[in-house]
Design a protein around this ligand. Sequence first.
Ligand code: AHR
Length: 353
Amino acid sequence: MKTVANLAMVLLLSVALIAGCGSSSAQKDSGDSGSSLESKEAGKLITVGFSQLGAESDWRSANTISMQSAFVPEEGYNLIYKNGQQKQVNQITAIRTFIQQEVDYIVLAPVTESGWDSVLGEARDAGIPVILVDRRVDVADKTLYSCWVGSDFELEGRKMAAWIDSYTKRIGLDASELHIVNIQGTIGSTAQIGRTRGLANAARENGWDLMAEVSGDFTETKGREVMAGLLKRFDNINIVYCENDNEAIGAIDAIEAAGKKVGSNIRKGEIMVVSFDGVNKEALDYAKEGKISCIAECNPLHGPRVRALVDMLVEGETPDKFNYVDERLFSSIPDVTEVKVDGVSYPVQGIDE
Ligand code: AHR
């Protein structure tokens, strides 16, 4: 199956890159690279300053590696990588440093959407085009950035909600019997806003009991901590919507530590976990075992896509402002083979060995 092969390829590439880099990749994720000296010495290379938001998840590590692999000196680029450590202030400082270094292009993966107007104005005043990757910025003047590439996060959430709707109807649950908690991503990030909205709207329209929305910051540790707290607050949770796989892994740990069973057999008292990404090997193994019932893909391999956008700008072309990546739904439960959102059908694919 081509699509499953694609998922495997995404996974293998991510895992192989992560594994292949070993501890040095971890060092790269937690530190910075490049300097103004290196930038100057790079001569004719196209210098790209990349402000990555952090290293909170396996998705993020795969994304960083994809960027670092796409912008290499052998192919004419000098990438200056800065890790924002989840703090917008660090990303703003990185952009100001890139401006001082007179980089040719700035690529920004913003941690949250608001608060970028001033610094992006400074980049524009310096004549440096800004390309957004993954998440977006909420600025009054959309000409402050050239273009964006990433996922349709709200569509991901709506597809997941449609899957929950189909599956729970298939097993004969009434809407009022769905007791859902949402472990959200980083509040104010595009991924959180879209995925939260996708679920919240579906819950309202279908009459589901959406009991709580709490941020797990896209990390395994917070996912575990938040889930443990939710289990103390509510004794009737039967669906956990985790806004990424790392949170799901933490949440599953917490559910099992509380002596409860994770799975899709809600009628028999199991707690069903669904999540987003499809990058993390442990999460995919959990999906095969039925501990994660459905995963909405979020593709992290944006390096070549961003490079194509930079190349267009280098050539004086105008790329599309918004560039969406096609993504899929995966589940090892065979009951639901497709979901519909706004009349469009999306296949649900199996997770093969
Ligand atoms: O913005 C993309 C999200 O950020 C991914 O789903 C998550 O894993 C990451 O941290």
